[in-house]
Design a protein around this ligand. Structure first.
Ligand SMILES: NC(=O)CC[C@H](N)C(=O)O
Length: 314
């Protein structure tokens, strides 16, 4: 195999599921290799990069503290000639706007940006609320004819989306192609954030970042986290109560603390959110394809890398 036919995909290796991505990519074909990226001088030698899932706040802190790394990564992504794929925390890094940011960082989350999306961190709940659900499959990879293993692609069956403390995309700009949506209720802290976000939007504010704590501490009309109950939870517990007194208590709490979210007409707060997008050469997925037993998203990304490599030769 001539070396120019080898594809080299970098995987940001500061923290998180980078080894799982490497295993998935390398199991596709012997012509596709991966390399762990930790320093700014490594970007010239790769044909594309994956920003893995893990913890976006931690990655931002490490990235900012590593001389030149965040600058090199921003340059790579924003130049837009080679593909980037962010999964879960990696997707958060690629967002232009982010709500539900951590209380640990007061100066805001250190984002790479590049995709006009507004993400809500931890929309689907905490680590213990991790789950798997059917999500739309990716489109067939382009240039599939060039690598045997990318052919015969199943575009019909659902993809097993693994959501681990996953973010949701709330809105996407007009230049962003939506590749997948799911219907899900926000977890309690995300519901607080969404309600405050909606209030700010109605007041004409342009929100680029907002922390959970910012949403909670608003003066006059602010709510205490401990008081918050979602419709789904309160309804379920009221039904499950054995004692009248307990039932009354739950009902009273429901009246005073339910969060009315926009679009929650069915009383469950469930809403349609976006879980996969593409903007030019940047791909984002909210879930973790690297731990699903299904290589289709990895194959789709390899198709993007192959197409960009062909383009650069023209
Ligand atoms: N599995 C993940 O990547 C979780 C992402 C995490 N909630 C974050 O904000 O970074």
């Amino acid at each position: 195999m001539p070396s120019e036919r080898i594809i080299r995909i970098g995987v940001l290796a500061l923290q998180g599921a980078f080894e799982e991505h490497q295993r998935s990519i390398e199991s596709i074909s012997s012509t596709i290799k991966t390399v762990q990226i930790r320093t700014p001088d490594q970007f010239d030698d790769i044909d594309g990069i994956i920003l893995p899932g893990g913890e976006s706040t931690a990655m931002g802190l490490i990235g900012d503290a590593t001389d030149g790394l965040w600058h090199a990564l921003r340059t790579f992504v924003h130049r837009g000639d080679k593909p980037t794929w962010g999964t879960c925390a990696g997707m958060i890094l690629l967002a232009e706007r982010c709500v539900g940011t951590s209380a640990v960082i007061t100066k805001g989350q250190s984002l790479i940006g590049g995709v006009d999306i507004l993400v809500c961190r931890n929309y689907f709940g905490s680590q213990v609320s991790s789950f798997e659900m059917h999500t739309p499959p990716p489109p067939a990879p382009c240039c599939a004819g060039e690598i045997d293993e990318l052919r015969d692609f199943d575009t019909a069956s659902a993809f097993p989306g693994v959501f681990i403390r996953a973010p949701a995309i709330l809105t996407a700009g007009s230049d962003v192609e939506v590749l997948g949506k799911v219907v899900a209720a926000p977890c309690r802290s995300a519901a607080v954030v969404l309600r405050e976000l909606e209030r700010k939007i109605e007041a004409g504010e342009n929100v680029t970042q907002m922390g959970v704590v910012d949403a909670l501490e608003r003066k006059g009309g602010g709510i205490r986290y401990a008081d918050v109950r979602l419709h789904k939870e309160t309804n379920a517990s009221a039904e499950g109560c054995c004692f009248e007194e307990e039932k009354k208590e739950v009902t009273a709490m429901e009246e005073s603390t339910n969060i009315e979210l926009p679009g929650a007409s069915d009383g469950t707060n469930a809403r349609e959110v976006i879980c996969a997008v593409r903007k030019g050469k940047v791909l984002c997925t909210a879930f973790h394809p690297e731990i699903a037993d299904d290589l289709r998203w990895h194959k789709y990304f390899c198709g993007m890398v192959l197409a960009a490599k062909n383009e650069s030769k023209e």
